[in-house]
Design a protein around this ligand. Structure first.
Ligand code: PLP
Length: 394
């Protein structure tokens, strides 16, 4: 029987019903501007501050350290550009990041390079984890900022964030982490983990698209991102997107409650997918098998084209994503997969399936029923597959 299986939760997630219900009043009768003094405005303000409290609680932060933004990309831009600008007058114009960050970080760093900043892009170890030794060596007296993602969006590997935070603290360097994939998926405590700034985005944990947040540790002197009115403590002006912020608050509270039980269920499904798919010959798992997000599966199938695989899965009602940067209109293999040492062909034949708590055991069984014959069919049509097998025989 054909099903619809959404297994691309790293791209975005479905808004959950409680989130949607909480947003509706703020799109209809509760339309007041949170800066207005009358009751309608005060209702909006109260809801906004309640969402800020929920966000702070989920991260182990204080409410006044949370600033709402329009998305994860904006949070990354604000954190990195503002930290760099604030440190430049002190002669600190060096930034350390990694080669496998999201483009919201990589392109921001490249923009700063064009403005005279120097950026070191740390390589990634073959298991998809950054080396602490390399990080220590890269930090210099003029380093302004270290920006390293919490968990990778393609291969799901979780970085040693508390240790990175400690190194930055000891060396008096600002530490920003892009936690867009990690929030709601693994427990985070910014204070215990020595994080100075953290980016998140609601649509990755069953909240709405187009709303995010940046945690900025109190005491950190970071320039405003949007000048204008006094919203977000004057640091990010613009009338607040109340309904979406309320949605973010409910989504983060739900995503971070009972996280261990939720993860036990998701990672059981993930591990079943991984172990069964690895039984297909000429496949490899990308990224560390243990230090990875509970819902992330990333597998390369030799001899096939990821795009064709996605289209055939789509025809069976399965949504996943591939290791090609098709979103950019090019078919360049993913920079993340190349960073862990994959050859172009292997990167092209990669599939990411990302699960959420909405997935079920039946979804997993359906994927396992449909995927192996599709891989076989594509291999049978592929000239590269023939070559791979000939090489094996010789
Ligand atoms: N950072 C990471 C790791 C992501 O996965 C994404 C989205 O895919 C972003 C940043 C950008 O977030 P947004 O889509 O909210 O701009």
């Amino acid at each position: 029987m054909e099903r619809f299986v959404y297994a691309d939760n790293a791209a975005t997630t479905r808004i959950s019903e409680p989130v949607f219900q909480a947003m509706i009043p703020f799109l209809t009768e509760k339309y007041g501007n949170a800066s207005s003094l009358y009751g309608l405005g005060r209702d909006s303000r109260r809801a906004l501050e309640a969402a800020r409290e929920k966000t702070a609680k989920a991260l182990g932060a204080e409410s006044r350290e949370i600033y709402f933004t329009s998305c994860g990309s904006e949070s990354d831009n604000w954190a990195i550009k503002s930290a760099a600008l604030s440190m430049a007058p002190k002669g600190k114009k060096h930034i350390v990041t990694t080669v496998f960050e999201h483009h919201a970080v990589l392109h921001t760093c490249q923009a700063l390079e064009r403005q005279g900043f120097e950026v070191d892009y740390l390589p990634i170890e073959p298991n998809g984890i950054v080396s602490l030794e390399r990080l220590c060596k890269a930090i210099r007296p003029d380093t302004a900022l270290v920006s390293i993602m919490y968990a990778n969006n393609e291969i799901g590997t979780i970085q040693p964030i508390p240790e990175i935070g400690q190194i930055c603290k000891d060396k008096d360097v600002i530490f920003h982490t892009d936690a867009v994939q990690a929030v709601g998926a693994i427990p985070i405590h910014v204070k215990e983990q020595n994080i100075d700034m953290l980016s998140l985005s609601a649509h990755k944990f069953h909240g709405p698209k187009g709303v995010g947040a940046l945690y900025i540790r109190k005491g950190l002197s970071i320039p405003n991102f949007i000048d204008g009115g006094g919203q977000e403590r004057g640091r990010r002006a613009g009338t607040e997107n109340n309904a979406y912020i309320v949605g973010l608050g409910v989504a983060i509270e739900l995503a971070c409650s009972a996280i261990e039980e939720k993860n036990a269920r998701i990672s059981t499904m993930r591990d079943k997918l991984i172990s069964e798919l690895l039984k297909i010959p000429y496949t490899r798992l990308n990224g560390d098998p243990i230090k990875r997000l509970p819902g992330n599966v990333n597998i390369s199938f030799e001899g096939i084209e990821g795009e064709s695989l996605l289209l055939m899965l789509d025809s069976k009602g399965i949504c996943g994503s591939s290791g090609s940067a098709c979103t950019s209109g090019s078919l360049d293999p993913s920079h993340v997969l190349l960073s862990i040492g994959l050859k172009h062909e292997a990167a092209h034949g990669s599939l990411r399936l990302s699960l959420s708590d909405l997935n079920t055991e039946e979804d997993i069984n359906y994927i396992l029923e449909q995927l192996p014959p599709i891989v076989q069919k594509l291999r049978n049509m592929s000239p590269i597959w023939e070559k791979i097998q000939k090489e094996e025989r010789n």
